[in-house]
Design a protein around this ligand. Sequence first.
Ligand code: ACO
Ligand code: PYR
Length: 537
Amino acid sequence: MTQRLYLYDTTLRDGQQTQGVQFSADEKAEIAQMLDALGVDYIEGGWPGANPTDSDFFASAPATRAMMTAFGMTKRAGRSAQNDDVLAAVLDAGTGAVCLVGKTHPFHVHEALGISLQDNLENIRASVAHVVAAGREAIFDAEHFFDGYADDADYALSCLHAALDAGARWVVLCDTNGGTLPGQVGQITQQVIAAGVPGDRLGIHCHDDTGNAVACTLAAIDARARQIQGTLNGLGERCGNASLTTLIPTLLLKQPYASAFTTGLQGLAGLTRISRRLDEILNRAPSRAAPYAGTSAFAHKAGLHASAIVKNPATYEHIDPSLVGNERVIPMSNQAGQSNLRARLAEAGIIVSRDDPALPRILDLVKTREDAGYAYDGAQASFELLALTELGRMQHFFDVERYRVTIERRKNALGKRISVSEAVVVVQIGGQRMLSVSESIGPEGDDLGPVNALWRALAKDLGPYQAAISDMHLTDFRVRITGAGVEATTRVNIESADHQGRRWSTVGVSPNIVDASFEALVEAIRWKLIRDGIGAA
Ligand SMILES: CC(=O)SCCNC(=O)CCNC(=O)[C@H](O)C(C)(C)COP(=O)(O)OP(=O)(O)OC[C@H]1O[C@@H](n2cnc3c(N)ncnc32)[C@H](O)[C@@H]1OP(=O)(O)O
Ligand SMILES: CC(=O)C(=O)O
């Protein structure tokens, strides 16, 4: 018989405790809607009263099928639950569920709260009873539970019972410091159930400080915990929480979980999009190696892998990438063989017969250029240009006669120190010479740097090609120094996008960072002209 697992998302609360993460109320609302579409059961929206953003979010939280949950802490000692202002703000958010964190480890009761063990038990009991009396579903996050259990199992268990006896729907075992390993989590969860806490009222909340948060969560499920807490992309305090982006497909697609449990989850095929949208909101590059949703999760770089993949994808893929909305990538690199090459060319719509003599030349060229610092596995557009050139199919759009960039640091009229980058680019198009000059100044009057100035100068007047590149913009810029000492060189990757929703990556290499950037910029424009089917002037 299948059992119900409940998914509890804390991206908007613990996820917001990630260093460098600061959601706006509107962003929280968008993320809540994405989570709702995914079908989680609970959305922990934040801590109302702790900061204006969280209060604003709850004041106009979107209507969700998932249970909207406000987070807070148990009341402080020396006052009643009714008179605790922090608890009052949490209840005032009016959510259907309230999750309160409380201490369960004597060390923390003494050190952090400075109260007696008995007073802490009473704080848990009274706070949960207050939530229940207000007609809300009460959830108790048992902070430091695993460390507390190791230190004083009876006391840690008495905290859980205090919450359950006061009417908590769930008690959640938290590995707050993230140091517990999966075997211990499984064992302790079993012991908690044997001590009379029903598995269907037991949740798990793991942190990733040993890289085991997902494994610990699965161990708790194996031991019969039924509420799973985690965050999208594993956001969270310090090293993060158990990643729901990993757990959700594991629970839905892998055995024994897929057969043993039902969940409210739906829309698994939207998982990769949701994961990447979250990164976009956070202005972070998506983690390439993230399980299921990472850009490399189904990338087959090695020649042997690619050769088998084109025969049957199951040879090197644990699931079909489309199940999670991801896609297979067969990149070109110095690890590639003919199979990678043919697959990449076919994907780019470049039809080449198997015995075309250009194929080994392209492969050699990729390997030689990678030895010189290029990297084509993250720069598919540059790879396509290289292949078209070797195949004799590259169009000649324009020549860059010269360019110049200057950076001036000066004081403005108000005496404020500013820098201004200026670029001059001279190109030859169909026998015509065109000169463009551009400064790089952002909306606030700030300098956007020499590469931006170069891009603006290039994109300012490309004559017959101007219309084709007008919807193009740069979305990412990454610099790596490869080699060391006198051998050091700079690799620049540029990601571009257009209004047709296309994104493409190009690479440039030079000992000079501006030169490397310029090469990647020019390649980005050439790829766009080819993809738009623009003929050479
Ligand atoms: C394990 C977790 O991740 S739990 C989530 C933690 N999240 C956050 O802390 C983010 C939001 N927090 C905040 O904005 C603030 O800490 C607030 C508004 C909640 C409290 O702010 P302040 O009143 O200034 O207190 P401050 O943050 O300095 O200290 C926390 C206080 O809560 C007490 N406290 C901590 N946990 C609990 C608890 N479970 N029950 C009762 N009191 C608690 C501490 O002992 C401390 O009390 P003290 O001021 O008497 O020493
Ligand atoms: C509640 C929580 O976030 C923790 O104990 O880690």
